[in-house]
Design a protein around this ligand. Structure first.
Ligand SMILES: [Zn+2]
Length: 863
């Protein structure tokens, strides 16, 4: 659609002449419960100024129909000024009033105003999600972060509903007549960006609480808290725990940021079919409702939810109060919130494994992304909003946060927070670029502008990850004669960087434990840094460079340490050091430097000893990838058998009722192949088999059904019966996944067709279909789809919303077909489509890179 992919140049030009005084947005969603109603009424008034009288510009609006457009009292012909994505504005005055009356579409893709009908009770629920540029699907606006303005929302909705928005409701008015609707008048917001506005409406269940704090001037800041979810989830809603973390976070950020929470109230809405984890809409944060746990989950899930709550809360200051000028500096807010979420979690809540999870899982995302050919510096070049959409990636979040962790080590914690405080004071309600943050940090850290510029150039303006390798020479008595740290970089991104690191030396105790016996902290700069202090010491059993996880790098080992790890990895007693070691071994495997079967052997030998539940769960998924993609295909069946046997063994050993027991049960379900294992799954479902302490609740039941369906041991009737038993949103998704997982040509064809031939499937169901479709044991069935996939790529990309298109590209890429033919097909498409949308090419290039990496790892495993 012309004009839909708003570019940075256009946004700059527009901000150069326009400024916005305010929006009044009236939405009428009384039609929402009527499934046949495709649209809702959207009436927007924008008051704005233009610095160049007579100039032309445009407003953004993606809508099926526009009824009327009025500019400064003149009626414009919608057919002439509206092209489906923009409203052309000509001959602007110094002060302007634009009124757009439109019919906007309810969304089923999680973008814009999403509509969901609960299968449990037939109730309809709405919520908005706009980042980066989807507010224009709901009201006419200037869709760019740097044209901030106050908003007055009014929403007319069915009378039985509640409505939430960024600000509190001033009054709720009964509609005249039959009283079937009420109109919610919300207070004007503070100046915020379009992508941060939000409306949530429906018969949501709500719980309320309250937080207050005395401010330095003696006044009291009162913040009403609300937490909502669908009515049918209310019995699972642990709002008290959510409020506890919320209050801990508010205390912490007020202490550290010294800037009172600016948005009046704090609602946290858990909403269905949400595309991401959560969104930091000021005063009205939206979360995926999978964070309302209806079955037993492990402590890792509670930790992850607390982390997200704190991440979004950090955004209230960094992102919402002070906002990036354009999406190039998306990282400014995301890296900060990601870092601060972990930091606050560690300092203010009971979740003390926060930095272990960060080191082991969050950074894994960054390392993966940073080795793609599409990687980019943390400060990215974002040409348009399609680029922006793809940049919510492992670089922007996880690498950015890792680098901020380095910055805190470099500038000092106090200087870092003092810099943040000044930044909020100087730029409140404004927009910034990277230089604005560096400027205050240069002052507060005392390092000066030059040093901050060097730091920024090394860490923010170059791409790629360095590897750090210890190099030891040892004399005949086993003493270190020289200890050096080697630094290298990928060919495409050759920058070596200054790293502040700790080196840990570990030795075996009498009881077998591997304990740290020495630690040195130093700066590593060039290709080789000699560590004088370690000369003369006896060679340790294990050397861990980047101990304590201060820097962002791939950790390598010397050969002696690798020998130690093979027999004693599980004996490292410090959870962070062990987690770092596990992720280093995983990186070695992905890089083809450790045979995949050796990594699997480490997991089989030591995962049973792993105390950190989050680390254990990532070991499970990594071991599965190692067998299915990275190992020699000739060994796959054997590797799969070993994983399932190991899972069953550990499941029987795990403490009854423990998180570990649940994790092993899920792992068994995902690996079971042998008759005895599958019979056990069937028995657990039927109640004829029991594992002491293991509750086979609804989510676990679905994991078992999906496993049995993939093995060809679940009939359509059985899956239907399970869906009747669990006729919920989640049940429907799982049933679709199980149906698609069945090993028949018909099941694969149905899953493919549901996504590719129709645009009616909602976002969550697209995900369920692709998750079920790809099964490691069914390569013959899915092989014919490789060619079809490449045939359909451009059409699907062009016809679907970007969210659905991204799910298609990633979900149906033949990632389990790790062979030369699939690589050749992928290269054939890339060569033949140089003009395809850059965002589409980027996704395919990344899938291609994973495939090529898997082939290299297979060769290493074979050797
Ligand atoms: Zn964020």
């Amino acid at each position: 659609m012309p004009g839909k992919n708003l570019s940075r140049d256009e946004a700059q030009q527009r901000a150069g002449i326009l400024s916005v005084d305010g929006y009044e947005v009236h939405l009428d969603v009384t039609s929402a419960p009527d499934a046949s109603a495709a649209t809702f009424r959207s009436l927007t008034t924008i008051r704005f100024r233009c610095a160049e009288v007579g100039a032309a510009s445009f407003a953004d609006l993606v809508a099926p129909a526009v009824r009327a457009v009025t500019l400064n009292g003149r009626a414009l012909d919608p057919g002439a000024v509206f092209d489906g994505a923009r409203v052309r504005l000509e001959d602007l005055a110094a002060e302007n009033v634009l009124v757009v009356d439109a019919d906007c579409a309810y969304s089923r893709t999680g973008e814009g105003l999403h509509r969901f009908v609960d299968p449990v009770d037939g109730e309809t629920y709405l919520y908005t999600h706009f980042e980066p540029a989807e507010a224009r699907r709901v009201f006419a606006n200037f869709e760019q972060p740097d044209l901030k303005a106050p908003y007055v929302f009014t929403v007319t909705a069915p009378a039985a509903w509640d409505v939430y928005a960024n600000s509190a409701a001033e009054r709720v008015e009964e509609q005249a007549g039959d009283g079937a609707a009420r109109t919610w008048h919300f207070l004007a917001t503070r100046p915020i960006s379009t992508y941060l506005t939000a409306v949530v409406a429906g018969p949501y269940h709500v719980e309320r609480d309250h937080w207050s704090r005395e401010l330095p001037d003696g006044s009291t800041l009162e913040i009403p808290l609300a937490a909502t979810c669908r009515k049918s989830l209310a019995r699972y809603f642990d709002a008290a725990e959510i409020f506890t973390v919320t209050k801990q976070g508010l205390d912490f950020f007020h202490e550290e940021f010294d800037y009172p929470y600016p948005f009046g109230k704090y609602d946290q809405c858990f909403v269905p079919e949400y595309n991401i984890g959560a969104m930091e809409n000021p005063g009205c944060v939206t979360f995926r409702e999978e964070y309302v746990f209806r079955s037993k989950v492990t402590e890792a899930a509670y930790e992850a939810r607390a982390n997200v709550i704190l991440h979004e809360m950090a955004h209230m200051w960094f992102g919402d109060l002070v906002t990036m000028k354009w999406w190039d500096d998306l990282w400014l807010k995301e890296s900060f919130a990601d870092f601060m979420g972990h930091f606050a979690q560690q300092e203010a809540t009971k979740y003390q494994a926060s930095w272990v999870t960060f080191a082991n899982q969050r950074k894994g995302w960054a390392y993966r992304q940073d080795q793609y050919p599409t990687t980019h510096p943390i400060t990215a070049d974002i040409r348009d909003v399609e680029d922006a959409k793809l940049n919510f990636d492992g670089i922007t979040y996880a690498k950015g946060a890792s680098v901020l962790k380095q910055l805190v080590a470099y500038a000092g914690r106090d200087a870092f927070f003092e810099g943040a405080r000044r930044y909020f004071q100087q730029h409140a309600y404004g927009n910034t670029v990277l230089g604005d943050l560096l400027e205050v940090l240069a002052v507060t850290s005392g390092r000066g502008e030059r040093a901050m510029a060097d730091w920024s150039a090394a860490w923010l303006q170059t791409a790629g990850v360095n590897a750090l390798t210890p190099q030891l020479t040892v004399d005949a008595e086993g003493r270190i004669t020289e200890f050096a740290v080697l630094q290298d970089a990928a060919e495409d991104h050759p920058s070596l960087r200054p790293h502040r690191i700790a080196i840990g030396l570990y030795d075996r105790e009498a009881d077998g434990a591997l304990l740290r016996t020495a630690r040195v902290e130093l700066d590593v700069t060039g290709a080789r840094t000699v560590v004088e202090e370690l000369a003369g010491r006896p060679r340790p059993a294990l050397v861990l460079v980047n101990d304590d996880d201060l820097t962002y790098c791939k950790i390598r080992f010397d050969t002696h340490s690798l020998v130690t790890l093979r027999t004693a990895l599980g004996e490292i007693r410090e959870p962070l050091a062990r987690a770092l070691t596990w992720s280093a071994c995983w990186n070695l495997t992905r890089d083809g430097l450790m045979p995949a079967r050796d990594y699997v052997a480490l997991v089989l030998r030591f995962a049973g000893q792993e105390s950190d539940i989050g680390v254990l769960q990532s070991l499970h998924s990594q071991a599965k990838v190692a067998v299915e993609s990275l190992a020699d295909p000739a060994w796959r069946a054997e590797g799969g058998r070993l994983l399932a046997e190991g899972a069953l063994h550990e499941l029987r050993l795990a403490a009854p009722g423990s998180d570990h027991q649940l994790a092993w049960a899920r792992f068994l379900a995902s690996t079971a192949r042998a008759e005895e294992e599958l019979r056990l799954l069937e028995g657990l479902l039927a109640g004829s088999a029991r594992i002491d302490g293991l509750e086979v609740d609804q989510d676990l039941r679905w994991s078992l059904w999906i496993a049995l369906a993939a093995a060809g041991r679940a009939t359509v009737e059985q899956l239907d019966a399970e869906l009747k038993r669990d006729n919920t949103a989640s049940g429907h998704q799982k049933a679709v996944q199980a149906m698609a997982a069945r090993p028949t040509a018909e099941a694969k064809a149905a899953a493919w067709s549901a996504v590719v031939d129709s645009d009616q499937l909602p976002n969550a169901m697209v995900g369920a279909q692709t998750a079920g479709f790809a099964q490691a044991g069914q390569l013959e069935l899915t092989a014919p789809y490789t060619a079809r996939y490449f045939e359909q790529l451009e059409r699907v990309w062009a016809e679907r919303s970007i969210e659905i298109a991204m799910r298609f590209v990633g979900g149906f890429f033949p990632r389990l077909h790790t062979d030369e033919a699939t690589l050749a097909a992928t290269d054939g498409w890339l060569t033949g489509h140089p003009q395809a949308a850059p965002a589409l090419r980027r996704l395919v290039l990344e899938c291609r890179d994973e495939l090529a990496r898997a082939l290299r790892a297979q060769a290493a495993d074979r050797a």
